[in-house]
Structures are given as C-alpha cells and as structure tokens.
Design a protein. Structure first.
Length: 117
C-alpha cells in the first residue's frame, strides 16, 4: 500500500497550490480519503474529507471556501486545491485513506507547504 503526496512547495500569501495523492495497493474507490496537516509545534489536524461513495465532501470551518478536495477514482488520486493561502496554512500536508466498513487506515509521507513572502 502506498499513498504518495506531491505538489507542495513555497508560495506567497494569497497564492494557490494543488496537492495530489496517488494511491496504490488497495481498492481506492472504496475508501474515504482525507487530507490532514501538521504545523510546527502543533498537533495534526483534519483539513477535508471526501467519501468513497458519492464523493461527498466536508471541510474544517477555517478551510471552507478556500480549499477544495476532489478525487479521480480512475486515476486512484485525490486532490486538494488550496486558494488564498495564508501564512497559517504552512504545514506538512498528509493524505489519509480509511476503509469506511472496517479498521484499515493508511497514511502518506506528507508534503511540505510553506506560505511566505
């Protein structure tokens, strides 16, 4: 099983980035997918969720209207489009897969997002 994030980097405040997470080794379409992030000195926090069936989405309040999670089951990939980035969005962003019908969970290795001028 692998979850490989990409798309992180350095961006100026107000800028945008799109993160990708490529999955392999499990039936991607059957898993709920989430993005988490962890800022320096802080606990890991949930950013957004997209369900397996129907692709329903949900976001933490501070990300609503700025971040969009989506998935392409044909490509086994989940995305996080991040707009209007703020310095407070600086963190390592992690992809997470969860089997909604069982205990299986997987994590990616993370991708660094730095928002600075």
């Amino acid at each position: 099983v692998q979850l490989v994030e990409s798309g992180g980097g350095l961006v100026q405040p107000g800028g945008s980035l799109r993160l990708s997470c490529a999955a392999s080794g499990f039936t991607f379409s059957m898993y709920d997918m989430r993005w988490y992030r962890q800022a320096p000195g802080k606990e890991r926090e949930l950013v957004a969720i997209i369900t397996s069936a129907g692709g329903r989405t949900n976001y933490v309040d501070t990300m609503k209207g700025r971040f969009t999670i989506s998935r392409d089951n044909a490509k086994n990939t989940v995305y996080l489009q991040m707009n209007s980035l703020q310095r407070e969005d600086t963190a390592v962003y992690y992809c997470h897969a969860r089997d909604p019908g069982g205990p299986l969970k997987y994590w990616g290795q993370g991708t660094q997002v730095t928002v600075a001028s």
